[in-house]
Ligand binder design. Structure first.
Ligand code: C2E
Ligand code: MG
Ligand code: MG
Ligand code: MG
Length: 272
């Protein structure tokens, strides 16, 4: 619960600039404590299949309930977690929560069982035992591996060889892998030929550009490119009906964003 009281480290960190070196150390200490205390939550944001309006699956998104700062966005702490290797226990924690959520949805007879997508960062990918640890955890919960989807952001694409290996391991296990935030990174298109992603997620900066003719032309071309590589397309950050309609007309099948649904705790997903 939220009422366990603030630690001295948390109080010291309150209201200071997150970017200073000292603050990074405080943030690290706080994050370590948050892991111990279970102050990290995982929310689920729906992905809608625009073909029939159904919910195809969910993306898991971490939230930190900081005793002093309130809810801290992953945009603020994932980077620090990566720099300090805390991303490894954080990643294990998120995976465990995701498995527990899938098991809960299954126990409540949710059929077909939706997939849950897991965001994975660079430091986690360096660990060559990563996929076997995921599989072991899934097995522990008696879950089929194909209900776990992996999201890798485009900015991680520097170690192509490792990504190729990771994709192979995931595919062998039946897991699909999405290229996240497409359109924000290097957009090294050649790499797409070598890396067999199953899904391409259009970053919301592309979706936002749908309002201009040139933006629309760009999104149309990217959707075509994805389909010619046999990839499904998910549009991120869909906030308006206009965007939704345009995307559907352009042949994009899946939509994610506030229009479709916010990231929610599992209880709300079950109730919805
Ligand atoms: P992402 O994977 O691209 O996730 C999508 C982000 O867009 C999420 O931000 C989500 O809340 C936000 N979003 C969804 N719909 C809309 C919309 O309609 N409009 C706008 N403006 N935003 C929308 P969030 O939850 O703050 O996460 C930020 C990033 O942090 C994620 O980007 C992901 O890269 C990273 N992240 C989140 N959870 C995890 C995690 O468990 N592990 C790792 N390694 N990274 C994570
Ligand atoms: Mg993602
Ligand atoms: Mg994304
Ligand atoms: Mg994005």
């Amino acid at each position: 619960t939220l009422t366990r009281g603030a630690s001295p480290a948390s109080e010291a960190a309150a209201g200071t600039d997150m970017d200073s070196g000292l603050d990074k150390i405080r943030l690290e200490g706080d994050l370590r404590m948050a892991l111990d205390r279970g102050d990290l939550d995982v929310r689920l944001q729906p992905l809608r299949d625009m073909a029939d309006g159904s919910t195809a699956g969910y993306e898991s998104l971490i939230r930190w309930r900081h005793p002093v700062r309130g809810e801290v966005s992953p945009a603020e702490f994932i980077r620090v977690a990566e720099e300090t290797s805390l991303i490894l226990p954080v990643g294990d924690y998120v995976l465990d929560r995701v498995c527990a959520m899938l098991a809960e949805l299954r126990n409540r007879q949710r059929r077909p069982l939706p997939f849950i997508a897991l965001n994975v960062s660079a430091r986690q990918i360096e660990d060559t035992g990563l996929v076997s640890r995921w599989l072991a955890r899934l097995e522990q919960y008696g879950l089929p591996p194909d209900r776990l989807r992996i999201e890798i952001t485009e900015s991680l694409m520097f170690d192509t060889q490792r990504i190729v290996q990771l994709l192979e391991e995931c595919h062998r296990a039946g897991m699909r892998v999405a290229l996240d935030d497409f359109g924000t990174g290097y957009a090294n298109l050649g790499v797409l030929a070598d890396l067999r992603f199953d899904v391409i997620k259009l970053d919301r900066s592309l979706v936002r550009r749908l309002s201009s003719p040139r933006g629309l032309a760009l999104v149309r071309a990217v959707v075509g490119l994805a389909h010619s590589l046999q990839c499904d397309v998910v549009a991120e950050g869909v906030e308006t009906e206009t965007q939704y309609t345009l995307l559907r007309e352009l042949g994009c099948r899946y939509a994610q964003g506030w229009l479709v649904g916010h990231p929610l705790p599992l209880e709300d997903v079950i109730a919805s």
